[in-house]
Design a protein around this ligand. Sequence first.
Ligand SMILES: CC(C)(COP(=O)(O)OP(=O)(O)OC[C@H]1O[C@@H](n2cnc3c(N)ncnc32)[C@H](O)[C@@H]1O)[C@@H](O)C(=O)NCCC(=O)NCCS
Ligand SMILES: Nc1ncnc2c1ncn2[C@@H]1O[C@H](COP(=O)(O)OP(=O)(O)OP(=O)(O)O)[C@@H](O)[C@H]1O
Length: 199
Amino acid sequence: MALTIGLTGGIASGKSTISHMLKEFGIPVVDADLIAREVVRVGEEAYKQIVKEFGSEILQENGEINRTKLGAIVFHHEEKRKRLNEIVHPAVRKKMLEQKEAFLRNGANTVVLDIPLLIESQLFHLVDKIIVVYVDEAIQLERLIKRNGLAKEDAVARIRAQMPLSDKKSYADAVIDNNGTIERTREQLLYILKMWNVL
Ligand SMILES: CC(C)(COP(=O)(O)OP(=O)(O)OC[C@H]1O[C@@H](n2cnc3c(N)ncnc32)[C@H](O)[C@@H]1O)[C@@H](O)C(=O)NCCC(=O)NCCS
Ligand SMILES: Nc1ncnc2c1ncn2[C@@H]1O[C@H](COP(=O)(O)OP(=O)(O)OP(=O)(O)O)[C@@H](O)[C@H]1O
C-alpha cells in the first residue's frame, strides 16, 4: 500500500528545506505553494476570478498578479483572505491530486504533499500521516523577515494568518523541531522515515 505523507507547518518554519531533503532521498514531493502559483497564471480561471474580486489594481504592468500587493491585502484582512482561498484552493487541490496520482502510476511507494494550510483547511482525508515542522515563534519571525525582507508588522500579520504552530503540533503523527541546525533537522527526518519504513 502506498503511503501519503502530509508535510505542514507554518510560514517559514522549514517545509521547503525538508522537501529538499526528501527529494534528495528520492521521495517525490507535491508542492502546494508552487501549484498555487501555477493556477493563477494570466488567463487561468482562478486568475480571472481574482481580477474580478480584487480589481486590476493588484496587477503588474504585464498583467501578472502583483503578489506583494495581493499579499498586503489578504494578510491584513481575514474576509479577503477567505475569498482568495475560495478562489484558489479548489484548483490547487485538483492539481495536487493529479500530481500525486502521476507519481504513484510511475511506481512511487511514498508521496509527500507539502501543504502549508493542511490543518487549517482540514485536509486530513488526503494523507495517511502528518509531519508538522515546528519552530518557536521568535525564530519563525526572524527567519521570515530575513528571507522575505518584510517589515516586522507584515511578517507578524502573515504568521497570525495561520493556526499557531504550537496548536498544529497536536495534529501531528511526527513533529520535526527545526529550531536547531539543518543537520539536526535532517537527523529527525531520517529517524521518522525509518520509523515508518519509508527508507
Ligand atoms: C497571497 C499571495 C499572493 C502572497 O504571495 P507570496 O508570493 O508573497 O507568498 P507565497 O505564495 O510564496 O506563500 C508563502 C507562504 O505564505 C503562507 N500563505 C500563503 N497563502 C496563505 C493563506 N491564504 N493563508 C495563510 N497563509 C498563507 C504559506 O505559509 C505559504 O507557504 C499568495 O500566497 C496566495 O495566492 N495565497 C493564496 C493561495 C494559498 O493559500 N496558498 C498557500 C498554499 S495552497
Ligand atoms: N534549521 C535552520 N537553520 C537556519 N535557517 C533555516 C533552517 N531551516 C530553514 N531555514 C531558513 O529559514 C527560511 C524558511 O525556511 P523554508 O523556506 O524551508 O520554510 P517554509 O516553511 O518552506 O516557508 P514557506 O511556508 O514560507 O514557504 C529559509 O530562508 C531557510 O533557509
